[in-house]
Design a binder for this molecule. Sequence first.
Ligand code: HEC
Ligand code: HEC
Length: 353
Amino acid sequence: MDTRLSNPPGTACVSCHHPDQGWGGNNGSITGVAVGSTPQSAGSRNSPTIGYAGFVPRFHRVREDGRWVPVGGLFWDGRADSLSEQARGPLFSRHEMNLSDEADLAGRLRTAPYAESLREAFGLPDDSPDARWNAAALAALAAFQRSPEVAPFSSKYDAVRRGQARFTRAEARGLRLFSDPAKGNCIACHVFRPGSKNPADHLFTDFTYDNLGLPRNPAIVANAEPAYFDLGLCGPLRERPRGLSDAVCGMFRVPTLRNVARRPFYFHNGSFSDLTEVMRFYVRRDTEPARWYPLDAKGRAQTYNDLPPRFARQVSRDEAPYDRRGRQKPRLNEAEIGDVVAFLRTLDDGFEP
Ligand code: HEC
Ligand code: HEC
């Protein structure tokens, strides 16, 4: 929560990862993507939740149906492997907290109100070098992000799982639609294991990657350049991982849905701010494209316009809920969408029966 760890001061981790915003939020930005400590510092991605981030496995590949698929890694594109490595990102990023170097960070830590407790916790002698102070702060941040404070498993869903509460009818219908492979089919990616007593089996993600063909967010400054595309696993913020083909270009990691209803913006590019609209997009993306994508001169929807054409062909189209085309009936109607959203709301932590 220390807003002195930014230049100029005023931006803390919590500015973009606030508990009231489902551990997301964009430092007050209304464009869908984060803004940093200086006004010119518009970022290009929506802040993902840090809730339950301690459960994200290291980046790795698994063999599935004869091909390699990516799993895990922190950030939307999986480019960081540990929470302590990850925290360097925002502290020194021009778009986020904008500190100049190790000495800058260490100087701020030495005079912080919690300097003494940091020294005690990590056994730092008076004359510790910058690197030790900084390593201690990163370790402390990582420990916080692994603590029950950000991963409390205290939602209504968890209470029901433990037999301490009951779903309303709408919530129960929503859960069934969420899990039905012919309806929402959300469980295919937002995985949980019904019946398992291990909370870690109820994270609503399998940490894999997918390409949803989202609409481009025109409010992202970098998008003013028509040739700029955020391709997730293929950059610009990382290199395409070794051993994976171009098929992963445009893919982003499946986020947990815990506390999702509280998040102000959705998806890596912040192109949605309303959960019901997210659901409508999932089921009507290809039956009502003009609703989601801008029209070209001939009045045709420019589908999947946040990807260069050669990668747009890779958008997932073959499984529910986004396998409907033309006049086919969407997998979920409006009432069913309402039920799924009611269920998603049960994933907010802090439930009191
Ligand atoms: C100005 C907004 C901002 C600030 C301040 C900020 N973050 Fe983030 N954070 C982001 C954005 C945006 C991403 C996603 C970046 C990406 O995917 O490239 C992110 C990603 C993360 C992730 C990865 C989560 C996941 O599931 O992949 C963690 C963990 C995280 N931040 C922790 C922190 C910590 C700790 C701090 C303070 C030292 C911090 N953040 C400060 C905006 C911010
Ligand atoms: C094939 C895998 C897949 C399926 C099926 C799927 N999702 Fe997702 N979901 C993703 C991926 C990948 C993202 C992140 C995409 C991005 O930002 O580019 C995501 C993002 C989301 C988000 C935004 C979360 C956030 O923090 O921004 C919500 C909400 C969501 N999904 C809900 C659902 C629901 C409800 C269903 C069922 C109707 C569903 N998803 C089906 C893969 C899937």
